[in-house]
Design a protein around this ligand. Structure first.
Ligand SMILES: *Cc1c(COP(=O)(O)O)cnc(C)c1O
Length: 384
């Protein structure tokens, strides 16, 4: 398991008495006993959960204090965190997050999808934002504890899942501009419904002037500010569903959507080619992206990670060399992209259907998550 490098700030404060790791100690707050929602109320909320609107009874927290390190992981009732307006994260943006899913399988057992991969990315995000990385084992333990304690909140319907949202923010309460000396880690859960298929293919707006990320910036990590920076263009997307960002230097190459990676399918038949922009420091390394590359490869498809220009996309769709396009991420899984628009141009596929390659990837991917197909890649962590 690859461990991220410690920022000098944290490396320098390393002392034997500091708990770099929570060392998997999980404590259950005594308030938990009385705080679970009655079963009927829970069932009502689980009926049509939507996305990120319904929250499970318990969350898991841990506090970091400079000089003493991480405290225990604590299971506590879901509810507000109380901080004064001088909370440093609100001003200077030391705030990162993750998003991953747990699934009820047909057998009734529960699995979390690639928690260690999310944990490693959480560490990388922390390092970039000069925050103390939470060790992989502790992140994974926190997710385990969250899922276990919210067992009754895991939806069982097809396409439904339990979305896990871990986050960390600087919790100093002074205005000096410097890395916070205290941090708060929280993981909470939200039962979510199915997106795929319910949605027609997306129409996307290609942002030709703005940029989501720039070389040397924070585009490759999951920090809160990256999202804030995309909202203005998203709000002006000229009637499109989503925006697509281009590289911030040449404004020529396709990078990703605001919260999803992008794929193109070249050719058709039994051996299509999957093409996705190569990872750079301006691209978020999606766990879904990585998983689909592995899956495509296992199908015997050709895989290319390389730059794709807007011109190539437009021309390819028009001359038929590009046969499908889709966006992917944990929340929406795979979502077909039907049309693209710029200020001067528009192109897209005739058919409103989900293409066969997109469909094949979606089916295998979700079958593995649900335990209906063998987990050859060891992506699932079973929760006892
Ligand atoms: C989270 C995220 C993705 C998708 O990553 P997954 O690990 O597949 O969920 C893509 N782009 C951005 C900007 C993101 O924040």
């Amino acid at each position: 398991m690859q461990h991220a490098r410690l920022e000098p700030q944290f490396a320098a404060t390393r002392r034997p008495d500091i708990r770099e790791s929570v060392s998997t100690r999980v404590r259950v707050d005594s308030r938990c006993e009385a705080s679970a929602l009655p079963a009927e109320e829970r069932a009502a909320r689980l009926r049509n959960p939507g996305f990120g609107k319904v929250f499970a009874d318990f969350m898991v927290t841990s506090r970091y204090v400079s000089g003493s390190g991480w405290g225990d992981l604590v299971v506590e009732p879901w509810g507000p965190l109380s901080f004064p307006p001088s909370l440093s994260a609100l001003h200077y943006g030391q705030a990162i997050f993750e998003g991953l899913k747990a699934f009820t399988q047909d057998t009734g057992s529960i699995s979390v999808f690639r928690p260690a991969a999310h944990a490693r990315r959480f560490m990388a995000s922390a390092e970039r934002m000069c925050m103390p990385p939470l060790p992989v084992e502790d992140f994974v333990q926190a997710v385990d504890a969250l899922v276990r304690h919210n067992f009754d909140w895991l939806p069982k319907g097809s396409g439904e899942s339990f979305y896990v949202r871990p986050l960390m923010f600087g919790s100093d309460q002074e205005l000096g501009v410097r890395p916070s000396s205290e941090y708060c880690f929280v993981a909470f859960g939200s039962p979510v419904g199915n997106y795929f298929g319910a949605q027609r293919p997306l129409t996307v707006w290609v942002v030709e002037d703005g940029a989501r990320a720039f070389p040397g910036g924070t585009g490759a990590v999951k920090c809160a500010g990256n999202y804030a920076g995309t909202l203005l263009e998203q709000s002006r997307a000229n009637g499109c569903d989503q925006v697509v960002w281009l590289d911030g230097v040449e404004r020529k190459y396709v990078e990703e959507l605001s919260g999803m990676n992008i794929f193109f399918v070249f050719g058709s038949g039994s051996r299509p080619k999957l093409v996705t922009p190569a990872l750079t420091d301006t691209l978020l390394p999606g766990v879904t992206r990585d998983s689909l590359l592995q899956l495509g490869s296992s199908f015997g498809w050709e895989i290319e990670e390389r730059a794709v220009s807007v011109d190539e996309w437009r021309t390819g769709v028009r001359d038929g060399t590009i046969t499908e396009a889709f966006a992917c991420g944990t929340a929406a899984v795979l979502t077909p992209i039907g049309r693209a628009r710029t200020k001067t141009d528009e192109w897209g596929f005739q058919s409103p259907q989900i293409g066969p390659a997109t469909r094949a990837l979606y089916d295998k991917f979700t079958d593995i998550q649900r335990g209906r197909a063998p987990d050859h890649f060891a992506w699932l962590r079973r929760i006892a």
